[in-house]
Design a protein around this ligand. Structure first.
Ligand code: SF4
Length: 900
């Protein structure tokens, strides 16, 4: 197996980041020594040269350690021919025996548009069902419904330049500082603190995004629609609507207003129902009413709800009623989660869309079938993600092809999803990673290319189509997803429809379809790109759709003066009757669980979890809980807790957070069985979805929390990965030159001396310390003076600092002081513990920062940056730096007052 990727060439290649929907441009350069460097692309309009912590670390994700490099059938390596024949034969057989509804594809916002296009075409036009859905269902489907209801098309009206021009920015359910960091930084730079621009954050949690906020509304979970209905009522009552726009450009205003007035008649009612102070609600409403350039950014906190579609429309209603849409600095703006969620929506990667933004209907189905010249066409929507896996569990879907995603971790009720996959007759997984929770169920594994090797296009949150270009040769036998799909299609007898030789050819057809019999009624129109030759496609500069003719320069904003894409050409205001979340807290399940992303990890960690500098910011699955709740439950910071409800259970490290509202919890989404035992938060999430969008309610799950009290706690470091150690709590963390395992067990501890020799084997000398009475054990193995492995065990979670031990693994030899410190479990006095990483670019720890802030009275992130470099590269840690400065320099009395 090759240890390093092969380079295509040494010239810098302009490509795009594969993580979030910001869609940053990246310049990747393969150096002569075999290393790849990445930098932000200054010419890309999405990021203008910046990258966040994840983007900055992209070059470190290119190792081939856990790549899927060869096709496998039944766990055995086979030739591509055999793998493709197996997939095509399996799908064809099930299709013949059980019909088209018995097969399904489950795709991903990680796929490029060209990959998505051929998968959608195969399923809807040639297999004849619409059972192709995508993990975008889990993050953006509610916005798709909201857009279609209001605009008649799934169209984001604005562009990133609106962030610069806005005078009021309202962020709803969006921790942009961590989830869309470059947009967040752009917001911060557009109007430094103290200037006239106002920023409002609406979020039950006080997140890092609140660093920019002039006003934070810690809204009661699930009450957003009431807040925006109240805003519509207020705007009307105060004469702040745009009557001409409402009259000439919209429909449904009276009904929407009547429902808003009934549910949110005044500020007092809104404040009471949303759990807010009246003065805070009044401030938001006043600012919105008096600021023409108002921009509302919203994200998963709005979408991931059993009434997510309605919440989206409650926001859109306010912009339509004020005519604040399609002009600089104003409009509703959904921030997409994934790099190509928008591209998937464009081609029809959602089971509820036919193709090229066309919905199902006799005329559209006939049109698309004619365009594709396909033998059949799906006539109605297919199964949405959660329904699809329920159909697999019920045996109705018997073959599923999962592309570039990890549903065994990311869907709600993952235990049931895993059971469904275990029972499914044929599970095909195409991915770049060999071992995921999902590949464990695969009968056939197909090695796909990944970032750096893939070639095609993505669309970001502002409708901007950008090229993702290859700068590495595919390793092993990895192939592009579009190639894999077309090869299977050919073997199923559909060769005529899938004879593409390149991604460029697919893109041209995709662009052509967007303009096919499109007289302007369909917003998505890129026919102007349909004639690009291969060279022009390769050189394509980022451009925003629509691009209706070849000379067109792209469209920054929509709907300023043009018709909406409804039959009447008018936008629709949708009456929104606020609904509470599907499940209310109870005596047994008192806490409301909210889930989301953390700063340095991406999805199920298959890439970012292997990069040491990204793992130390938040190294373990954790539950964030208000200190008062923790005290109630006798939960200490750093201890372990069990979270449970009728759906499932998980273990997590307790993190006290005043940012949490009482009776609410936050748990990150990222950990899988591959990285931890019993740490998948989606084991707790019931499969409750929005009835319109099918998007799961990830943000509001009643659960119980209790201390998890193991009889022993420990951690191990090893230069080589360990077979899963036998422990009830076990988290695997990649470090520089080591793997770290956080461990705890409910059964009495093992014979630790025997344990280390079994689990940390190898030559060299052992240093050991044991205090049986205190139930403490420490051991370290050195080879030629170099630390190879160590284990520390004790009766509580109060164990030695890991940062100091991590540093010892970088040393080529340990001196006497370091050896002694291993046995005393204390770092030498001249090597203070830097603490967990806060700045991942320069590896600056929290303790080191606190010490410097106190010692040198550093009062700004700039001063900290000048002293320790922290925050001076990607800037992702600046909000945390500012909070740390505030906490560190705040007088003790002020700190107490805040906590009280
Ligand atoms: S903000 Fe970060 S993760 Fe998102 S696209 Fe840009 S560099 Fe990538």
């Amino acid at each position: 197996m090759p240890a390093q990727p092969l380079h295509v060439g040494r010239r810098p290649v302009a490509t795009t980041c594969p993580y979030c929907g910001v869609g940053c441009g990246v310049i990747a350069t393969a150096a002569g020594d075999g290393c790849v460097t990445v930098a932000g692309d200054p010419a890309h309009p999405a990021n203008l040269g910046r990258l966040c912590s994840k983007g900055t670390a992209l070059a470190e994700t290119l190792e081939l350690d856990d790549r899927l490099l060869y096709p496998e059938v039944g766990g055995q390596r086979v030739a591509w021919e055999e793998a493709l024949d197996t997939v095509a034969g399996g799908f064809a057989r099930i299709l013949r025996d059980h019909g088209p509804e018995a097969v399904a594809f489950y795709c991903s916002g990680q796929l490029l548009t060209e990959d998505y296009y051929v998968a959608n075409k195969l399923m809807k036009g040639f297999i004849g069902a619409a059972n192709i859905d995508t993990n975008s269902r889990l993050c953006m489907a509610s916005t798709v419904v909201g857009h279609k209801r209001a605009f008649g098309s799934d169209t984001v009206p604005g562009c990133y330049e609106d962030l610069d021009a806005a005078e009021l920015v309202v962020l709803v359910g969006s921790n942009a500082a961590w989830c869309h960091p470059i947009l967040y930084q752009r917001l911060g730079e557009a109007a430094p603190r103290g200037e006239s621009r106002k920023v409002v954050v609406i979020d039950p949690r006080r997140t890092a995004t609140c660093d920019l906020a002039d006003l934070h509304l810690a809204v009661r979970p699930g009450s957003d629609a009431i807040l925006f209905n109240g805003l519509l009522t207020y705007l009307h009552a105060h004469g702040c609507l745009d009557p001409v726009f409402v009259e000439c450009r919209t429909e449904g205003f009276d009904e929407a207003l009547a429902v808003a007035q009934a549910s949110a008649p005044n500020i007092a009612t809104v404040a009471a129902r949303c759990g807010l102070a009246e003065v805070a609600v009044a401030q938001l409403y006043h600012w919105f009413a008096t600021t023409e350039r108002s921009l509302t950014l919203f994200s998963q906190g709005v979408n991931q709800s059993s009434s997510g579609s309605d919440k989206v429309n409650a926001i859109l209603n306010c912009h339509l009623a004020t005519g604040r849409i399609g002009r600089p600095g104003m409009g509703p703006f959904s921030l997409t989660g994934q790099p190509n969620a928008m591209g998937g929506r464009e081609v029809g990667g959602l089971a509820t869309t036919l193709a090229a933004h066309m919905d199902f209907g006799d005329a559209t189905c006939e049109r698309v079938q004619r365009f594709w010249q396909s033998p059949t066409i799906a006539r109605g929507p297919g199964l949405k993600a959660v329904e699809l896996f329920e159909a697999i569990a019920a045996g109705r879907v018997k073959a599923v092809w999962i592309m570039a995603t990890n549903p065994a971790v990311s869907l709600p009720d993952v235990d049931r999803v895993n059971q469904a996959l275990a029972r499914c007759e044929l599970v095909v997984v195409s991915d770049c990673v060999r071992r995921t929770d999902t590949t464990a169920h695969a009968h056939v594994l197909l090695p796909a290319t990944t970032w750096g090797e893939k070639d095609g296009t993505i669309t970001n949150s502002e409708r901007r189509i950008s090229r993702q270009r290859a700068f590495l040769q595919p390793p092993g036998e990895a192939r592009p997803d579009w190639w894999i799909v077309t090869q299977v299609a050919r073997r199923m007898g559909f060769g005529d429809g899938f004879s593409y030789a390149s991604a460029a050819e697919i893109f041209r057809e995709h662009a052509d379809l967007s303009g096919f019999e499109n007289q302007g009624e369909r917003a998505f129109d890129i026919r102007g790109l349909a004639q690009l030759d291969d060279g022009a496609y390769d050189a394509l500069k980022p451009i925003q759709w629509p691009v209706p003719h070849p000379a067109h320069k792209g469209t920054a904003r929509m709907f300023a003066g043009n018709a909406f894409h409804t039959p009447s050409g008018r936008a629709r205001l949708v009456p929104v009757q606020p609904r509470p979340p599907a499940m209310a807290p109870s005596r047994a399940n008192r806490f409301v669980l909210n889930t989301g992303r953390i700063r340095d990890q991406w999805h199920t960690m298959t890439r970012t979890g292997t990069v040491p500098r990204l793992t130390d910011h938040i190294a373990e699955p954790r539950v964030e809980i208000h200190p008062d709740d923790a005290a109630d439950l006798d939960l200490q910071d750093g201890a372990l807790a069990r979270l449970s409800n009728a759906t499932g259970t998980m273990l997590a490290r307790v993190h006290l957070a005043e940012a949490q509202l009482p009776d609410t919890l936050f748990v990150p989404i990222h950990w899988s069985e591959r990285f931890a035992a019993e740490a998948r938060v989606n084991a707790l999430i019931p499969p409750v979805t929005d009835p319109l969008s099918g998007e799961p309610e990830f943000k509001h799950t009643p659960i119980a929390v209790a201390p998890f009290r193991p009889v022993w706690h420990g951690f191990a470091f090893s230069r080589t990965p360990l077979e899963s150690p036998d422990a009830d709590y076990c988290v695997r963390i990649r470090g520089r030159q080591f793997w770290r395992y956080e461990l705890a067990g409910e059964r009495p501890g093992a014979d630790w001396a025997a344990w280390v020799r079994e689990h940390l084997p190898g030559g060299g000398e052992w240093l050991e310390y044991q205090d049986r009475g205190a139930r403490r054990y420490r051991a370290a193995r050195l080879l030629d003076g170099r630390l190879q492995a160590c284990l520390f065990v004790g009766p509580t979670h109060d164990l030695p600092t890991r940062t100091w031990l991590a540093r010892l693994f970088v040393e080529t030899t340990l001196d006497g002081t370091a050896r002694a410190s291993l046995l005393t479990a204390r770092p030498p006095v001249d090597q203070p513990d830097a603490g967990p990483t806060l700045c991942s670019c320069f590896g600056v720890g929290r303790n080191a920062l606190i010490e410097a802030i106190q010692r040198d009275r550093l009062t700004t992130p700039e001063a900290v940056g000048a002293a320790l470099r922290a925050g001076t590269n990607c800037g992702s840690c600046v909000p945390e730096l500012r909070a740390l400065i505030d906490d560190t320099l705040r007088p003790p009395a002020a700190a107490l007052a805040t906590r009280g």
